[in-house]
Design a protein around this ligand. Sequence first.
Ligand code: IMP
Length: 427
Amino acid sequence: MPTIVVIGTQWGDEGKGKIVDHLAEKADVVVRYQGGNNAGHTVVVANTVHKLHLLPSGILYPGCLCLIGNDVVIDPAVLLQEIQTMRERGIDSSNLRISNRAHLIMPYHRLFDRLEETRKGEHKVGTTGRGIGPCYQDKAARTGIRMVSLLDPDTFAEELRQTLEYKNAILTAVFGEKPLSFTEIYQEYLGYAEKLRPYVLDTGYLLNERIAAGQKVLFEGAQATMLDLAHGTYPFVTSSNPTAAAAAVGSGIGPKCLDKIIGVVKAYTTRVGEGPFPTELLNETGDLIREIGHEYGTTTGRPRRCGWLDACVLRYARQINGLDCLAITRLDILDRLPEIKLCVAYRWQGRELTEFPASLKTLSEVEPVYETMPGWQCDTTAARSYAALPPNCQRYLDKIAAVSACRLGVVSVGPGREQTIILEDMF
Ligand code: IMP
Protein backbone atom coordinates (compact mmCIF):
# COMPACT_ATOMS: atom_id res chain seq x y z
CA MET A 1 0.00 0.00 0.00
CA PRO A 2 1.88 3.13 -1.09
CA THR A 3 -0.28 5.67 0.75
CA ILE A 4 -1.63 5.42 4.30
CA VAL A 5 -3.83 7.82 6.26
CA VAL A 6 -3.65 7.78 10.07
CA ILE A 7 -6.79 9.08 11.76
CA GLY A 8 -7.86 9.60 15.35
CA THR A 9 -11.13 7.77 15.99
CA GLN A 10 -12.18 9.47 19.23
CA TRP A 11 -11.83 13.04 20.56
CA GLY A 12 -8.09 13.35 19.94
CA ASP A 13 -4.98 12.47 21.93
CA GLU A 14 -5.22 8.80 20.93
CA GLY A 15 -1.46 8.54 20.56
CA LYS A 16 -1.39 9.13 16.80
CA GLY A 17 2.12 10.60 17.10
CA LYS A 18 3.57 7.27 18.16
CA ILE A 19 1.79 5.31 15.38
CA VAL A 20 2.73 7.90 12.79
CA ASP A 21 6.32 7.85 14.02
CA HIS A 22 6.37 4.08 13.66
CA LEU A 23 5.07 4.23 10.07
CA ALA A 24 7.20 7.27 9.20
CA GLU A 25 10.30 5.10 9.50
CA LYS A 26 9.36 3.44 6.20
CA ALA A 27 7.71 6.44 4.55
CA ASP A 28 9.32 8.58 1.87
CA VAL A 29 6.90 11.43 2.52
CA VAL A 30 4.87 12.46 5.60
CA VAL A 31 2.04 14.98 5.17
CA ARG A 32 0.17 17.07 7.74
CA TYR A 33 -3.09 18.05 6.04
CA GLN A 34 -5.32 19.96 8.50
CA GLY A 35 -5.46 21.73 11.86
CA GLY A 36 -2.69 23.80 13.34
CA ASN A 37 -0.83 24.12 16.60
CA ASN A 38 -3.95 23.04 18.48
CA ALA A 39 -2.50 19.56 17.89
CA GLY A 40 0.19 18.08 20.04
CA HIS A 41 1.92 14.87 19.03
CA THR A 42 4.20 13.27 21.56
CA VAL A 43 6.93 11.00 20.21
CA VAL A 44 9.51 9.37 22.47
CA VAL A 45 12.86 8.54 20.88
CA ALA A 46 15.70 7.16 23.01
CA ASN A 47 14.20 8.64 26.18
CA THR A 48 13.84 12.07 24.59
CA VAL A 49 10.27 13.34 24.49
CA HIS A 50 9.47 15.34 21.36
CA LYS A 51 6.26 17.38 21.43
CA LEU A 52 5.36 18.33 17.90
CA HIS A 53 2.58 20.78 17.18
CA LEU A 54 3.00 21.67 13.52
CA LEU A 55 5.96 19.75 12.18
CA PRO A 56 5.05 16.38 10.64
CA SER A 57 6.40 13.48 12.69
CA GLY A 58 8.57 12.43 9.75
CA ILE A 59 10.93 15.24 10.77
CA LEU A 60 12.56 12.76 13.15
CA TYR A 61 13.75 10.67 10.18
CA PRO A 62 16.49 12.20 8.06
CA GLY A 63 15.67 11.82 4.39
CA CYS A 64 11.90 11.81 4.89
CA LEU A 65 10.18 14.61 2.98
CA CYS A 66 7.80 16.45 5.33
CA LEU A 67 4.91 18.42 3.90
CA ILE A 68 2.58 20.87 5.60
CA GLY A 69 -0.47 20.87 3.34
CA ASN A 70 -2.79 23.59 2.13
CA ASP A 71 -5.49 23.04 4.75
CA VAL A 72 -3.13 23.46 7.71
CA VAL A 73 -3.33 26.83 9.47
CA ILE A 74 0.12 28.07 10.41
CA ASP A 75 1.20 30.28 13.26
CA PRO A 76 4.62 31.27 11.86
CA ALA A 77 6.17 32.09 15.24
CA VAL A 78 5.21 28.66 16.57
CA LEU A 79 6.49 26.84 13.49
CA LEU A 80 9.81 28.70 13.52
CA GLN A 81 10.22 28.01 17.24
CA GLU A 82 9.57 24.32 16.62
CA ILE A 83 12.16 24.24 13.83
CA GLN A 84 14.62 25.97 16.19
CA THR A 85 13.94 23.53 19.05
CA MET A 86 14.55 20.62 16.69
CA ARG A 87 17.77 22.24 15.45
CA GLU A 88 19.01 22.52 19.06
CA ARG A 89 18.37 18.77 19.42
CA GLY A 90 20.37 18.05 16.29
CA ILE A 91 17.27 17.42 14.14
CA ASP A 92 17.40 19.13 10.80
CA SER A 93 14.28 20.50 9.07
CA SER A 94 15.75 20.99 5.60
CA ASN A 95 13.30 18.38 4.25
CA LEU A 96 10.32 20.45 5.31
CA ARG A 97 8.08 22.02 2.67
CA ILE A 98 5.09 24.26 3.38
CA SER A 99 2.14 24.77 1.07
CA ASN A 100 1.96 28.22 -0.49
CA ARG A 101 -1.83 27.88 -0.10
CA ALA A 102 -1.74 27.32 3.68
CA HIS A 103 -3.42 30.06 5.71
CA LEU A 104 -1.66 32.13 8.37
CA ILE A 105 -2.74 32.48 11.96
CA MET A 106 -2.55 36.18 12.73
CA PRO A 107 -2.43 37.92 16.15
CA TYR A 108 -6.10 38.91 15.81
CA HIS A 109 -7.05 35.22 15.39
CA ARG A 110 -5.56 34.34 18.76
CA LEU A 111 -7.21 37.38 20.31
CA PHE A 112 -10.65 36.62 18.82
CA ASP A 113 -10.37 32.97 19.89
CA ARG A 114 -10.17 34.08 23.54
CA LEU A 115 -12.66 36.95 23.27
CA GLU A 116 -15.28 34.77 21.53
CA GLU A 117 -14.87 32.01 24.09
CA THR A 118 -15.29 34.49 26.96
CA ARG A 119 -18.35 35.98 25.27
CA LYS A 120 -19.91 32.50 24.92
CA GLY A 121 -19.59 32.05 28.70
CA GLU A 122 -21.01 28.71 29.81
CA HIS A 123 -21.55 27.78 26.14
CA LYS A 124 -17.85 28.03 25.37
CA VAL A 125 -16.26 25.30 23.20
CA GLY A 126 -13.17 25.02 25.38
CA THR A 127 -10.80 25.73 22.48
CA THR A 128 -7.03 25.59 22.74
CA GLY A 129 -6.96 29.39 22.34
CA ARG A 130 -4.46 29.18 19.48
CA GLY A 131 -6.57 31.13 16.98
CA ILE A 132 -7.50 28.04 14.97
CA GLY A 133 -11.26 28.68 14.65
CA PRO A 134 -10.96 32.38 13.75
CA CYS A 135 -8.32 31.54 11.12
CA TYR A 136 -10.58 28.96 9.46
CA GLN A 137 -13.46 31.45 9.74
CA ASP A 138 -11.44 33.95 7.74
CA LYS A 139 -10.53 31.27 5.21
CA ALA A 140 -14.23 30.51 4.63
CA ALA A 141 -15.09 34.23 4.64
CA ARG A 142 -12.39 34.77 1.99
CA THR A 143 -10.53 37.25 4.16
CA GLY A 144 -7.70 34.92 5.18
CA ILE A 145 -4.04 35.53 4.35
CA ARG A 146 -2.12 32.72 2.71
CA MET A 147 1.59 31.89 2.69
CA VAL A 148 1.85 32.95 -0.93
CA SER A 149 0.71 36.47 0.04
CA LEU A 150 3.10 36.67 2.97
CA LEU A 151 6.02 36.17 0.61
CA ASP A 152 5.09 39.23 -1.42
CA PRO A 153 5.35 42.34 0.82
CA ASP A 154 2.99 44.47 -1.30
CA THR A 155 0.23 41.86 -1.48
CA PHE A 156 0.68 41.12 2.20
CA ALA A 157 0.41 44.83 3.11
CA GLU A 158 -2.74 45.23 1.04
CA GLU A 159 -4.49 42.13 2.42
CA LEU A 160 -3.45 42.87 6.00
CA ARG A 161 -4.62 46.49 5.76
CA GLN A 162 -8.06 45.48 4.47
CA THR A 163 -8.60 42.69 6.98
CA LEU A 164 -7.21 44.59 9.94
CA GLU A 165 -9.50 47.53 9.31
CA TYR A 166 -12.50 45.21 9.68
CA LYS A 167 -11.02 43.29 12.64
CA ASN A 168 -10.24 46.52 14.49
CA ALA A 169 -13.80 47.76 13.94
CA ILE A 170 -15.12 44.60 15.65
CA LEU A 171 -12.45 44.65 18.35
CA THR A 172 -13.29 48.18 19.39
CA ALA A 173 -17.07 48.30 18.82
CA VAL A 174 -18.07 44.80 19.96
CA PHE A 175 -15.41 43.85 22.46
CA GLY A 176 -14.27 47.28 23.69
CA GLU A 177 -10.63 46.36 23.02
CA LYS A 178 -7.81 48.54 21.72
CA PRO A 179 -7.18 48.35 17.95
CA LEU A 180 -4.15 46.36 16.77
CA SER A 181 -1.29 48.16 15.02
CA PHE A 182 -0.83 47.49 11.30
CA THR A 183 2.87 48.41 11.41
CA GLU A 184 3.68 46.10 14.29
CA ILE A 185 2.00 43.08 12.71
CA TYR A 186 3.40 43.90 9.27
CA GLN A 187 6.99 44.16 10.51
CA GLU A 188 6.70 41.06 12.68
CA TYR A 189 5.29 38.94 9.85
CA LEU A 190 7.77 40.19 7.24
CA GLY A 191 10.47 38.86 9.55
CA TYR A 192 8.78 35.45 9.52
CA ALA A 193 8.39 35.61 5.75
CA GLU A 194 12.14 35.73 5.20
CA LYS A 195 12.74 32.78 7.51
CA LEU A 196 9.93 30.68 6.00
CA ARG A 197 10.56 31.53 2.32
CA PRO A 198 12.97 28.63 1.65
CA TYR A 199 10.34 26.12 2.74
CA VAL A 200 7.30 27.44 0.85
CA LEU A 201 6.17 26.02 -2.49
CA ASP A 202 3.29 24.17 -4.18
CA THR A 203 3.28 21.05 -2.03
CA GLY A 204 0.33 19.57 -3.95
CA TYR A 205 2.37 19.51 -7.15
CA LEU A 206 5.33 17.95 -5.36
CA LEU A 207 3.15 15.34 -3.67
CA ASN A 208 1.47 14.29 -6.91
CA GLU A 209 4.91 13.79 -8.46
CA ARG A 210 6.04 11.64 -5.54
CA ILE A 211 2.87 9.52 -5.61
CA ALA A 212 3.24 9.03 -9.38
CA ALA A 213 6.82 7.85 -8.74
CA GLY A 214 5.44 5.15 -6.40
CA GLN A 215 6.82 6.64 -3.19
CA LYS A 216 5.38 5.68 0.19
CA VAL A 217 3.31 8.51 1.61
CA LEU A 218 1.90 8.82 5.10
CA PHE A 219 -0.90 11.28 5.87
CA GLU A 220 -0.83 12.33 9.48
CA GLY A 221 -4.19 13.42 10.86
CA ALA A 222 -4.41 15.84 13.77
CA GLN A 223 -7.32 16.00 16.25
CA ALA A 224 -9.85 13.26 15.49
CA THR A 225 -13.14 12.07 14.04
CA MET A 226 -15.36 13.30 16.87
CA LEU A 227 -13.79 16.76 16.60
CA ASP A 228 -14.47 16.94 12.85
CA LEU A 229 -16.35 20.09 11.86
CA ALA A 230 -18.77 18.13 9.65
CA HIS A 231 -19.14 14.83 11.51
CA GLY A 232 -18.12 15.43 15.12
CA THR A 233 -20.05 16.52 18.19
CA TYR A 234 -20.85 19.95 16.72
CA PRO A 235 -20.44 22.68 17.97
CA PHE A 236 -17.89 21.15 20.37
CA VAL A 237 -15.49 20.42 17.55
CA THR A 238 -12.47 21.93 15.91
CA SER A 239 -12.78 24.05 12.76
CA SER A 240 -11.19 21.67 10.27
CA ASN A 241 -11.89 18.15 8.98
CA PRO A 242 -9.63 15.63 10.69
CA THR A 243 -11.37 12.71 8.92
CA ALA A 244 -9.79 10.61 6.17
CA ALA A 245 -11.37 12.18 3.08
CA ALA A 246 -9.89 15.53 4.07
CA ALA A 247 -6.40 14.12 3.51
CA ALA A 248 -7.01 14.58 -0.22
CA VAL A 249 -8.49 18.09 -0.01
CA GLY A 250 -5.89 19.20 2.52
CA SER A 251 -2.91 18.11 0.48
CA GLY A 252 -3.94 18.65 -3.13
CA ILE A 253 -4.35 15.10 -4.44
CA GLY A 254 -7.30 13.11 -5.77
CA PRO A 255 -9.26 10.91 -3.32
CA LYS A 256 -8.37 7.74 -5.29
CA CYS A 257 -4.75 8.21 -4.16
CA LEU A 258 -5.65 7.22 -0.57
CA ASP A 259 -4.97 3.50 -0.24
CA LYS A 260 -5.22 2.50 3.39
CA ILE A 261 -6.92 4.16 6.37
CA ILE A 262 -5.77 3.32 9.89
CA GLY A 263 -7.89 4.38 12.87
CA VAL A 264 -5.98 5.06 16.07
CA VAL A 265 -7.95 4.03 19.16
CA LYS A 266 -6.92 4.73 22.71
CA ALA A 267 -7.77 1.70 24.90
CA TYR A 268 -10.05 4.04 26.87
CA THR A 269 -11.48 7.48 25.98
CA THR A 270 -10.37 11.02 26.79
CA ARG A 271 -11.66 14.40 25.84
CA VAL A 272 -10.45 17.96 26.48
CA GLY A 273 -12.81 20.87 26.24
CA GLU A 274 -16.57 20.87 26.55
CA GLY A 275 -19.30 18.69 25.05
CA PRO A 276 -21.11 15.43 25.80
CA PHE A 277 -19.06 12.32 26.56
CA PRO A 278 -21.36 9.34 27.27
CA THR A 279 -18.76 7.02 28.83
CA GLU A 280 -17.08 9.68 30.98
CA LEU A 281 -15.98 8.45 34.42
CA LEU A 282 -16.55 11.12 37.03
CA ASN A 283 -15.20 8.89 39.79
CA GLU A 284 -11.97 7.40 41.18
CA THR A 285 -11.55 5.10 38.17
CA GLY A 286 -11.53 8.18 35.90
CA ASP A 287 -9.04 9.87 38.23
CA LEU A 288 -6.87 6.75 38.29
CA ILE A 289 -6.78 6.52 34.48
CA ARG A 290 -5.88 10.25 34.32
CA GLU A 291 -3.02 9.82 36.79
CA ILE A 292 -1.60 6.57 35.37
CA GLY A 293 -1.97 7.85 31.81
CA HIS A 294 -0.75 11.40 32.61
CA GLU A 295 -3.83 12.59 30.79
CA TYR A 296 -3.08 16.30 30.63
CA GLY A 297 -3.18 18.22 27.33
CA THR A 298 0.09 18.39 25.34
CA THR A 299 -0.86 21.80 24.02
CA THR A 300 -2.64 23.46 26.96
CA GLY A 301 -1.80 21.26 29.98
CA ARG A 302 -5.53 20.95 30.80
CA PRO A 303 -6.60 17.79 32.66
CA ARG A 304 -8.34 15.49 30.18
CA ARG A 305 -11.77 14.03 30.92
CA CYS A 306 -11.41 10.22 31.06
CA GLY A 307 -13.85 7.37 30.43
CA TRP A 308 -14.35 3.85 29.08
CA LEU A 309 -13.85 2.91 25.46
CA ASP A 310 -16.96 3.53 23.39
CA ALA A 311 -17.64 1.14 20.49
CA CYS A 312 -20.49 3.38 19.25
CA VAL A 313 -17.86 6.04 18.60
CA LEU A 314 -15.59 3.46 16.93
CA ARG A 315 -18.29 2.17 14.61
CA TYR A 316 -19.14 5.75 13.67
CA ALA A 317 -15.45 6.46 13.01
CA ARG A 318 -15.26 3.36 10.80
CA GLN A 319 -18.28 4.58 8.82
CA ILE A 320 -17.02 8.15 8.36
CA ASN A 321 -13.42 7.26 7.56
CA GLY A 322 -13.75 3.87 5.85
CA LEU A 323 -11.24 2.40 8.28
CA ASP A 324 -9.21 -0.60 7.15
CA CYS A 325 -7.76 -1.48 10.53
CA LEU A 326 -7.21 -0.22 14.06
CA ALA A 327 -4.10 0.77 15.98
CA ILE A 328 -4.85 0.33 19.69
CA THR A 329 -2.75 2.58 21.91
CA ARG A 330 -2.07 3.02 25.64
CA LEU A 331 -3.26 -0.48 26.47
CA ASP A 332 -0.74 -0.61 29.34
CA ILE A 333 -2.55 2.24 31.13
CA LEU A 334 -5.31 -0.25 31.96
CA ASP A 335 -2.85 -2.82 33.39
CA ARG A 336 -3.81 -2.20 37.03
CA LEU A 337 -7.58 -2.09 36.70
CA PRO A 338 -9.50 -5.03 38.24
CA GLU A 339 -12.32 -4.73 35.72
CA ILE A 340 -12.78 -3.01 32.39
CA LYS A 341 -15.96 -1.83 30.73
CA LEU A 342 -16.60 -1.40 27.05
CA CYS A 343 -19.64 0.50 25.83
CA VAL A 344 -21.20 -1.66 23.09
CA ALA A 345 -24.43 0.28 22.45
CA TYR A 346 -26.41 3.39 23.39
CA ARG A 347 -29.88 3.06 24.88
CA TRP A 348 -32.15 6.08 24.52
CA GLN A 349 -35.80 6.37 25.47
CA GLY A 350 -36.06 2.62 25.96
CA ARG A 351 -34.48 1.52 22.68
CA GLU A 352 -31.02 0.88 21.30
CA LEU A 353 -29.82 3.43 18.78
CA THR A 354 -28.53 2.20 15.45
CA GLU A 355 -27.08 5.53 14.30
CA PHE A 356 -24.72 7.87 16.13
CA PRO A 357 -26.91 10.77 17.33
CA ALA A 358 -26.45 14.11 15.61
CA SER A 359 -28.30 15.85 18.43
CA LEU A 360 -26.11 16.71 21.39
CA LYS A 361 -29.21 16.66 23.57
CA THR A 362 -29.76 13.00 22.61
CA LEU A 363 -26.07 12.20 23.03
CA SER A 364 -26.10 13.68 26.53
CA GLU A 365 -29.17 11.59 27.40
CA VAL A 366 -28.03 8.20 26.05
CA GLU A 367 -27.36 5.44 28.51
CA PRO A 368 -24.23 3.46 27.62
CA VAL A 369 -24.77 -0.32 27.52
CA TYR A 370 -21.60 -1.78 28.98
CA GLU A 371 -19.98 -5.15 28.66
CA THR A 372 -17.85 -5.72 31.75
CA MET A 373 -14.69 -7.77 31.50
CA PRO A 374 -12.14 -8.81 34.11
CA GLY A 375 -8.89 -6.83 33.93
CA TRP A 376 -5.52 -8.57 33.43
CA GLN A 377 -3.79 -6.85 36.37
CA CYS A 378 -0.25 -7.42 35.20
CA ASP A 379 2.36 -5.48 33.31
CA THR A 380 2.03 -5.53 29.51
CA THR A 381 4.78 -3.02 28.71
CA ALA A 382 7.34 -5.70 27.89
CA ALA A 383 5.05 -7.68 25.55
CA ARG A 384 6.37 -7.74 22.00
CA SER A 385 3.80 -10.07 20.45
CA TYR A 386 0.07 -10.61 20.67
CA ALA A 387 0.69 -14.07 22.16
CA ALA A 388 2.73 -12.50 24.97
CA LEU A 389 -0.25 -10.43 26.14
CA PRO A 390 -2.25 -11.84 29.08
CA PRO A 391 -5.40 -13.79 28.04
CA ASN A 392 -7.82 -11.21 29.51
CA CYS A 393 -6.02 -8.50 27.61
CA GLN A 394 -6.29 -10.49 24.36
CA ARG A 395 -10.02 -10.94 25.08
CA TYR A 396 -10.42 -7.18 25.47
CA LEU A 397 -8.63 -6.54 22.17
CA ASP A 398 -10.65 -9.20 20.35
CA LYS A 399 -13.82 -7.69 21.71
CA ILE A 400 -12.84 -4.23 20.44
CA ALA A 401 -12.22 -5.68 16.97
CA ALA A 402 -15.53 -7.58 17.04
CA VAL A 403 -17.75 -4.71 18.21
CA SER A 404 -16.17 -2.20 15.86
CA ALA A 405 -16.04 -4.66 12.92
CA CYS A 406 -12.42 -3.72 12.18
CA ARG A 407 -9.18 -5.71 12.08
CA LEU A 408 -6.46 -5.03 14.62
CA GLY A 409 -3.34 -3.74 12.88
CA VAL A 410 -1.12 -2.43 15.68
CA VAL A 411 -1.15 -2.62 19.48
CA SER A 412 0.94 -0.21 21.52
CA VAL A 413 1.95 -1.04 25.10
CA GLY A 414 4.09 1.98 25.98
CA PRO A 415 5.50 5.21 24.60
CA GLY A 416 8.78 3.76 23.29
CA ARG A 417 9.25 2.85 19.63
CA GLU A 418 10.01 -0.75 20.61
CA GLN A 419 6.78 -1.10 22.63
CA THR A 420 4.77 -1.74 19.49
CA ILE A 421 3.14 -5.02 18.42
CA ILE A 422 2.55 -5.21 14.69
CA LEU A 423 -0.26 -7.48 13.54
CA GLU A 424 -0.54 -6.31 9.95
CA ASP A 425 2.09 -5.07 7.52
CA MET A 426 1.39 -1.48 6.64
CA PHE A 427 3.64 -0.27 3.81
P1 IMP B 1 -9.70 24.42 18.71
O1 IMP B 1 -9.25 23.37 17.76
O2 IMP B 1 -8.58 25.09 19.47
O3 IMP B 1 -10.63 25.42 18.07
O4 IMP B 1 -10.58 23.70 19.86
C1 IMP B 1 -11.84 23.09 19.55
C2 IMP B 1 -12.01 21.81 20.34
O5 IMP B 1 -11.11 20.81 19.86
C3 IMP B 1 -11.72 21.93 21.84
O6 IMP B 1 -12.56 21.05 22.55
C4 IMP B 1 -10.27 21.45 21.95
O7 IMP B 1 -9.97 20.98 23.23
C5 IMP B 1 -10.29 20.33 20.92
N1 IMP B 1 -8.97 20.03 20.35
C6 IMP B 1 -8.30 20.75 19.42
N2 IMP B 1 -7.14 20.15 19.11
C7 IMP B 1 -7.07 19.03 19.85
C8 IMP B 1 -6.12 17.96 19.94
O8 IMP B 1 -5.10 17.92 19.26
N3 IMP B 1 -6.43 16.98 20.83
C9 IMP B 1 -7.58 16.97 21.55
N4 IMP B 1 -8.50 17.93 21.48
C10 IMP B 1 -8.25 18.95 20.64
